[in-house]
Design a protein. Structure first.
Length: 340
């Protein structure tokens, strides 16, 4: 029996579980490896991702799904058994997913803004990814903030593309993660981030309705409402939690089973603290969890440093962050646990 979109979406946001975003493009993972003085080759990328997916403590207990990059969904294990990495993820009880957008490209006529590409041929690519084992997908749109942007044109073009992507996913039996990321670069206030996030989510859910996307089989991956990195006054944890939830209550229908955050450049511990504070507010119609890239992988990457002998320490660091974020997804995290 094939699983329904609703069943997959529900499993992706099972209590205390969240998603590992390991879908860095070859360009992005090179930047991460440069920071730990490690050469980025097809083999080093495989070795790194394989030991992450073989971290049983994290994968079996806290990670409901993994977002892969096209290269990784086709790779096999280092041990000569040619086990697909997808099978390692499944053996841990986790669901393989795939990034399918082709990146954010400069939007013609709108300086400083981007439109995410990748719709051409997407139907066929999704059918192939399904055969390779993917049961959910991700598409990221990028909305930047300055005194003059985002424009309505940028928001509308990006949410229209997100909705077309989501409809194609569902046609192929794949749950779409819709990711409209309002960036935290810049010096804007949390209030400005709130205003832009609200406009973006309102536009997104209009577009999803227009394209007949089944909300029960869709997962939202948004930013939190935070102050711009260069803003002189930074909103505190309680303010971020309150503003973020206020925006969601205004814009995200209760039929959406879950909301999983991106970390977006927040420190590891702050990404955890914010998620925990939101879940502690309680009484929310959607599961609220994580789909972190950097906030789950920065610590293990640092501990690994590209050296095989450091793999156990790196796996320990990954399991620790996964556990902290699992507790935050339940509203049961405490800063004291970070030192334990
Ligand atoms: P970060 O958590 O590093 O923002 O990555 C999440 C992601 O998948 C961005 O598309």
């Amino acid at each position: 029996m094939t699983e329904s979109l609703q069943q997959i979406a529900k499993a992706m946001v099972a209590p205390g579980k969240g998603i590992l975003a390991a879908d860095e493009s070859s360009g992005t993972i090179k930047k991460r490896f440069d920071a730990i003085n490690t050469e980025s080759t097809e083999t080093s990328r495989r070795d790194y991702r394989e030991f992450m997916f073989r971290t049983d403590e994290a994968m079996k207990n806290y990670i409901s799904g993994v977002i892969l990059y096209d290269e990784t969904i086709r790779q096999t294990s280092a041990d000569g058994n040619a086990t697909p990495l997808v099978e390692i993820i499944k053996a841990a009880g986790s669901i393989p997913g795939i990034k399918v957008d082709a990146g954010a490209k400069p939007m013609a006529g709108f300086p400083g803004e981007t439109i995410t590409e990748g719709l051409d041929g997407l139907d066929e690519r999704l059918a192939e990814y399904y055969k390779l084992g993917a049961r959910f997908a991700k598409w990221r749109a990028v909305i930047d903030i300055s005194p003059t942007i985002p424009t309505n044109a940028c928001i509308e073009a990006n949410t229209e593309a997100l909705a077309r992507y989501a409809a194609l996913c569902q046609k192929n039996g794949i749950v779409p993660i819709v990711e409209p990321e309002v960036l935290m670069d810049g010096d804007h206030t949390a209030d400005r981030c709130m205003e832009v996030t609200e406009a973006t989510l309102r536009s997104l859910f209009n577009a999803l309705a227009r394209h007949n996307v089944l909300l029960e089989g869709t997962i939202l991956k948004p930013n939190m409402v935070v102050s711009g990195k260069k803003c002189a006054t930074q909103a505190g944890i309680a303010e971020v939690a309150e503003k973020t939830i206020t925006v969601f209550k205004r814009t995200v229908p209760a039929a959406v089973p879950g909301i999983v955050f991106l970390s977006g450049g927040q420190s590891d511990e702050l990404a955890t603290a914010h998620l925990d504070a939101m879940n502690k507010l309680g009484n929310l119609p959607w599961a609220l969890s994580f789909s972190y890239g950097r906030a789950l992988q920065a610590a293990p990457q640092k501990a690994w440093g590209g050296k095989a002998e450091n793999v156990p320490a790196a796996q320990k660091a990954f399991a620790h962050r996964a556990k902290m974020n699992s507790l935050a997804a339940l509203g049961k995290w405490d800063a004291k646990l970070e030192k334990a």
